[in-house]
Design a protein around this ligand. Sequence first.
Ligand code: KQY
Length: 371
Amino acid sequence: MPRVLTSTPRQDGFRMPAEWEPHAGCWMLWPERSDNWRNGAKPAQHAFAAVAAAISEGEPVTVCASPGEYAVAREMLDPAVRVVEMTSNDSWIRDCGPTFVVNDRGLVRGVDWKFNAWGGLADGLYFPWDQDDLVGEKVLELERDDRYAPDFVLEGGSIDVDGEGSVLVTEECLLNVDRNPQLDRAEIETMLRDYLGVEAVLWLGRGVHLDETDGHVDNLCRFVAPGEVVLTWTDDRSDPQYEISADALRRLEGFRDARGRPLKVHRLHQPARPVVITAEEAAGVDRVHGTLPRQAGDRMAASYVNFYIANGVVVAPRFDDPHDARAQAKLAELFPTRRILTTPGREILLGGGGIHCITQQQPLGRPVASA
Ligand code: KQY
């Protein structure tokens, strides 16, 4: 039986690898809640199935579905995708799943953070979140991976590492009082150093305009190679996103990473047109007290930065927007050894996130030390 460890990954010589390092596979959760996904989640299920099929071109994919949805998921998902039964509150495994860490002997363990639905009772996006909070533990149990279980609220979408000692975060999310109000900036940095095995914590300010996660960095800015990041961008100074991205650029240009390198910043232009919820889309979402409502006319936090790096492929969203092709070409430039596959991003965005938010990579390695 896998152990719950009371030490830290740093003490044990473990670190979170970069997403471009080799994977054993990818984990996803199957969407079904009708107060977040329109039309009984059917359009979202098609979008998730397309993402799973695209990722499985490069690595094994496991989708976890509830008992009631298992048969539907099995039918809709590509036969190459493994389906396992697992209860959850929703389908954001980037945030409620484990963060895998590795050591230089090829061993894999997991960090099972606390999850509070992006803000708990004060500001969370739904209640309850108890089943989501168990997803990390369940995945690690299935994989027989030993587990660190810090008393620390963190979502995987709020961190991005280069695997060489640096992590990107935003102040908007990590310093938000609805996550770890008992800890100050220095104490939060210590937690990141201890549990991700990093040295440099690179603080950006705000996340993408109107991002309901309190500004997850994975929608704003990501490492694409050691010493290189990609930043969501707009040249339109009247767009509220301009000042957010310009501030991030200023900070990024001033950083040195853990290896002492300045960062090369690549700009990835956001969709040319604001992506806005239609009346028909809003009407398809059940209104339930305690869940963030979807209103016609609301702008969504659409970003091409919310891609997933798999073995051999990168899976990125498309929004039927004039900038789709430009984004795909930029990603091809940034990932010259991988094929860039795009899948429809709108239905996932309507639920509040993107492809990176619904996926969790499991690095290649062995679960337990052999005597
Ligand atoms: O990581 C994410 N973007 C998750 C967003 C959750 C939205 C719940 N409605």
